[in-house]
Design a protein around this ligand. Structure first.
Ligand SMILES: Cc1cc2nc3c(=O)[nH]c(=O)nc-3n(C[C@H](O)[C@H](O)[C@H](O)COP(=O)(O)O)c2cc1C
Ligand code: SF4
Ligand code: SF4
Length: 255
């Protein structure tokens, strides 16, 4: 059986969790981001898929939702296990994606919610100290490994897939925040006084939302999927998204 570890990961958390899960599975395994060139052929070849992604407001990043929808024919008859990573709470971060994939003929074999450091590094209220964040990552690794073991035994966990979780996700978040992930956004905020024109944000953006202007300063359009990758990548902390400025460093957490 061919199993594909598939992910969208703005800042590395979801990739890390899928990697740890896949390492614990003793089968022929492949790993791919939805951004990779050969991802479609890898999905076609796979019998089963481990799909990892970050939860945004008990919903999916729009880039992933669009990928699932625009490739809807790929999911028919696939066995899919979901890994939803989150900073704190989603209710049904896995359930929301499960319902979408089921519409396209997939069988959901299970799902887990894994707590990882919140990647919104410009929102002070959500930040924890680095030692605490390292503990969270260690715990996430254990959770992924345990889930993989249960998955291999045919007893995969089913976090977030029941009706009670659906209600929590809906009333806890989706009803109030759905506008945040309904359309691509006119973001991020760029402090051009601090920008040194290094191009790193331009190269890493999965939406090709950034470019350099004639003054060698970063500018954006309106295609932002809120992934925070540019915010984490900028060497001069010139980019912010939900907050005003970067207040925390997560660059050394996942190696
Ligand atoms: C726009 C946005 C919305 C988020 N919403 C939630 C949320 O509703 N609940 C939660 O627990 N974490 C939330 N987070 C935190 C991320 O889900 C979490 O840090 C995730 O592990 C990031 O994964 P990645 O590094 O693979 O992108 C949000 C992050 C962003 C950027
Ligand atoms: S502009 Fe930044 S936050 Fe928005 S999609 Fe691109 S990398 Fe992600
Ligand atoms: S990564 Fe930062 S410094 Fe480099 S071009 Fe982008 S905004 Fe400017």
């Amino acid at each position: 059986m061919k199993t594909l570890g598939l992910y969208f990961s703005g800042t590395g958390n979801s990739k890390y969790c899928v990697e740890e899960f896949m390492k614990a599975i003793n089968e022929e395994t492949h790993l791919s981001s939805i951004e990779d060139k050969n991802v479609i052929s890898l999905i076609k070849e796979a019998d089963s898929i481990i799909l990892g992604y970050p939860v945004y407001y008990s919903n999916l990043p729009l880039i992933l939702k669009d990928f699932i929808k625009s490739n809807h024919q790929l999911w028919n008859n696939k066995q899919i296990f979901l890994i939803a990573t989150q900073g704190m709470f989603s209710g049904d971060g896995s359930g929301y994606c499960a319902r979408l994939l089921k519409e396209y003929g997939a069988t959901i074999t299970g799902g887990i919610h894994i707590k990882m450091p919140d990647n919104t590094i410009d929102v002070k209220a959500l930040k924890k100290d680095t030692i605490k964040e390292q503990e969270i990552i260690e715990q996430a690794k254990t959770t992924a490994q345990k889930a993989a073991k249960l998955y291999m035994q045919g007893n995969a966990p089913k976090h977030g897939l029941n009706p009670a979780s659906h209600i929590l996700g809906l009333f806890g978040q989706r009803l109030w925040f759905s506008r945040m992930v309904k359309e691509y956004k006119d973001h991020p905020k760029i402090n051009r006084d601090k920008c040194i024109g290094c191009n790193k944000c331009v190269s890493c953006c999965p939406m090709q939302n950034l470019s350099l202007n004639n003054d060698n300063k970063a500018i954006h359009t309106n295609k932002c999927t809120l992934c925070y990758r540019c915010v984490h990548t900028c060497p001069t902390q010139s980019i912010a998204l939900l907050g005003k400025q970067v207040v925390h460093d997560q660059s050394t957490l996942i190696k």
